[in-house]
Write a protein that binds this ligand. Structure first.
Ligand SMILES: [Zn+2]
Length: 255
């Protein structure tokens, strides 16, 4: 069993062959996936998929790159969706300083509002962080995000920061980059963070693991991430698959 905790099967890259992609995932042993929506169209599609497939769950929120577009109505809509039984988390939310479409102060405001919403609806949060680690950790502390906890998605920071996040009730999710030969930090994180705090994900269609780097990613490839973590930690593949699946179910409160 494998749990892909972060998949964008709602992306247009899967419009042509979604059924085949899902079949390959099941053949690879993927038993659960969370599809993440981060704006109006992708949230709508994530909800359709969660309603259409028993093993697919939805995470709904607003992406920091598009923070400037989020209205009060959008936030209210996300709050309403949070009551749906297949919605298991709020996000992805956070800060992205790589792109400058949304000014930093607006990104921070939209991030804080979504943390407050998650606390209100009592759901964990999924964090997107790009070049903004310090500000993210500060906001998580100031907003008391430990109360709901959640996931540091596709974590790319240091093992030290990862430990700080674990102490704030967050799981560390590793994706394709942990399999890249030159990815020193994700490998250190895999080595140093205990298996009961690690999750696996694809972030598909992005960030395909080795040897598919640069190609379209898909949930079946999450197996490669589990294999790499097993090798780094000196565990069996089955142990990593079992532990990360149990961790994900605990985090999302799925039985
Ligand atoms: Zn994502």
């Amino acid at each position: 069993m494998l749990f892909d905790t972060h998949a964008h099967l709602n992306a247009e890259q899967f419009n042509e062959d979604l059924e085949e992609v899902i079949s390959r995932a099941q053949e690879a042993g993927v038993t659960n996936m969370v599809v993440v929506g981060f704006d109006r169209p992708t949230i709508t599609r994530a909800m359709e998929l969660a309603e259409g497939y028993e093993f697919i769950y939805a995470c709904v929120g607003w992406h920091p790159v598009d923070a400037i577009d989020m209205t009060d109505e959008d936030l209210l809509w996300i709050e309403e969706l949070a009551a749906h039984p297949k919605v298991v988390a709020i996000g992805e939310m956070g800060l992205d300083y790589h792109w400058d479409k949304s000014p930093k102060d607006i990104q921070k405001e939209v991030f804080r509002k979504q943390i407050q919403l998650a606390k209100k609806v009592k759901l964990p949060i999924v964090i997107h962080n790009r070049e903004a680690t310090q500000d993210i950790v500060e906001i998580l502390k100031e907003e008391g995000a430990a109360e709901v906890g959640g996931i540091m998605h596709c974590f790319s920071g240091s093992a030290e920061t990862a430990k700080e996040c674990v102490n704030m009730n967050f799981y560390i999710s590793l994706g394709g980059p942990v399999t890249f030969k030159n990815a020193k930090k994700p490998k250190e994180v895999a080595a140093e963070i205990p298996i009961d705090k690690l999750l696996i994900e694809t972030d598909c269609p992005y960030l395909a693991p080795h040897p598919f780097r640069g190609k379209r990613n898909e949930p079946s490839y999450v197996k490669l991430v589990a294999e790499q973590i097993a090798e780094i930690k000196g565990l069996t593949y089955e142990e990593v698959a079992e532990a990360t699946t149990q961790n994900a179910k605990k985090c999302f409160a799925i039985n």
